[in-house]
Design a protein around this ligand. Structure first.
Ligand code: F6R
Length: 240
């Protein structure tokens, strides 16, 4: 694991955007795996700036998002479809973008089809991840086993509480999601995990220094050959 500690959130965002730019420079038709949540917002702003400045062209690149609430309408402003459209996709020029469909009539079919679409594009070249306070990646919550494929999953109570900030009330947070599995994530050729703020320090400590266990889903990344963790000083405070 390569751990890059940055002074603050701004530096973390710039570093991640630089690494994405380098990936596209090396392979213009890269398949990127993208995350939602608060942490990647600064990275997406910087990618938009680079794109508008003519420094970064996504026209041959493809994006697959990690997850989506289930069920949720794409038009809902809490959906990850809405988040990605507003925070990145409408501002830049990806060739194609994919997000699990929170309106799918059959969740299991949608999950299987999502993995097939990723495989049809040759797999993910670079996956961007955030990390939950409980160590989740995507919406793979602490469990007795690591999930392999994209799956229909129940959100943890702690995730519902953490994500309630995006909804009018906690009771409005959908209880389920469709998420790339740990196996789907693990098959990415390169992975960058972002962590910002003291609230993530414990998860970063356990994910990088603790035992590899499905109770701390991000700990599986210790086994991956090409993982970069970009953490700000607050999130890295227990591992420095
Ligand atoms: C988002 C996702 C989640 C978040 C995690 C951290 O697509 O899959 O795993 O990355 O919950 O969220 P923030 O960045 O809001 O702290």
């Amino acid at each position: 694991m390569n751990i890059l500690v940055q002074k603050n959130y701004d530096d973390l965002s710039k570093k991640c955007a630089e690494l994405i730019k380098a990936q596209i420079a090396a392979k213009s038709d890269s398949v990127l795996g993208l995350a939602t949540g608060s942490t990647p917002l600064g990275t997406y702003k910087e990618l938009i700036r680079m794109n508008h400045a003519g420094e970064l062209d996504f026209s041959r690149a493809i994006a697959f998002n990690l997850d989506e609430y289930f069920p949720i309408k794409k038009s809902s402003d809490q959906s990850y479809h809405y988040y990605m459209r507003e925070n990145l996709f409408k501002h830049v020029n990806f060739a194609q973008t994919f997000i699990p469909d929170g309106e799918a009539p059959d969740a299991a079919k949608e999950c299987a089809a999502y993995d097939e679409k990723i495989a049809a594009q040759g797999g993910i070249d670079l996956q961007i991840l955030g990390i939950g306070n409980n160590g989740h990646i995507g919406f793979n919550e602490p469990d007795d086993k690591f999930t392999s494929a994209t799956n229909h999953t129940l959100l943890d109570e702690s995730t519902i509480k953490a994500n309630a900030r995006f909804f009018a009330s906690e009771s409005e947070v959908p209880r389920h999601s469709l998420t790339m599995g740990i196996g789907t994530i693990f098959r990415a050729k390169k992975i960058i995990l972002l962590a910002s703020g003291a609230g993530k320090a414990d998860a970063i400590f356990k994910a990088t220094r603790g035992p590899i266990t499905p109770q701390m889903p991000a700990s599986v990344l210790q086994l991956h050959p090409d993982v970069t963790i970009i953490a700000d000083e607050d999130a890295a405070k227990l591992i420095q």
